[in-house]
Design a protein around this ligand. Structure first.
Ligand code: FES
Ligand code: FES
Length: 162
């Protein structure tokens, strides 16, 4: 099958590449762009390991064709920190011990980041709902929920002082 042109911006870098029409977004990120921080697990939109932010929304990159993302702006885990400066959500995961093996962490962080960009004053129930598509086999979810909630509290405390 003839390859087709894909134009995407990933972590603020613009790319044009020729890909197979059936290539999944996760394959393009990992195999063409070498952004292997995005993990691959179930390949059936169940585990959330492959979550990235596409035009501001958390999506499972195993569940969409890369060509469906033509023209899109994508952020992966590699684009989250600013050099050595971690995003608040990354720092909160460290501070709250919200990971063990870390395999789910990139997807969990991308879901959390997209969620907090939309909802800066969430309840624990809303946070639970936001990450319900991200599975973690190690930590249990309490430390993850606490980490996300702590960032939301920081944001709202900052807003009150403005
Ligand atoms: S690999 Fe995409 S949801 Fe599991
Ligand atoms: S930290 Fe191991 S799967 Fe979540």
């Amino acid at each position: 099958m003839e390859k087709q042109l894909l134009r995407i911006t990933v972590n603020t870098q613009y790319y044009e590449l020729y890909i197979k029409p059936k290539a999944l977004l996760v394959e393009v990120l990992r195999d063409h762009l070498d952004l292997t921080g995005t993990k691959r697990g179930c390949d059936s939109a169940s585990c959330g390991l492959c979550t990235v932010i596409l035009n501001g929304m958390a999506v499972k990159s195993c569940s969409i064709l890369a060509l469906q993302a033509d023209g899109a702006q994508i952020f992966t885990i590699e684009g989250l920190a600013d050099g050595s400066r971690l995003q608040p959500i990354q720092k909160a995961f460290l501070d709250h011990g919200a990971f063990q093996c870390g395999f789910c962490t990139p997807g969990m962080l991308m879901s959390s980041k997209a969620f907090l960009d939309e909802n800066q004053n969430p309840t624990i129930e809303e946070i639970r709902e936001a990450i319900h598509g991200n599975l973690c086999r190690c930590t249990g979810y309490n430390s993850i929920l606490r980490a996300i909630k702590s960032v939301a509290e920081e944001i709202s405390a900052r807003e009150k002082t403005l």
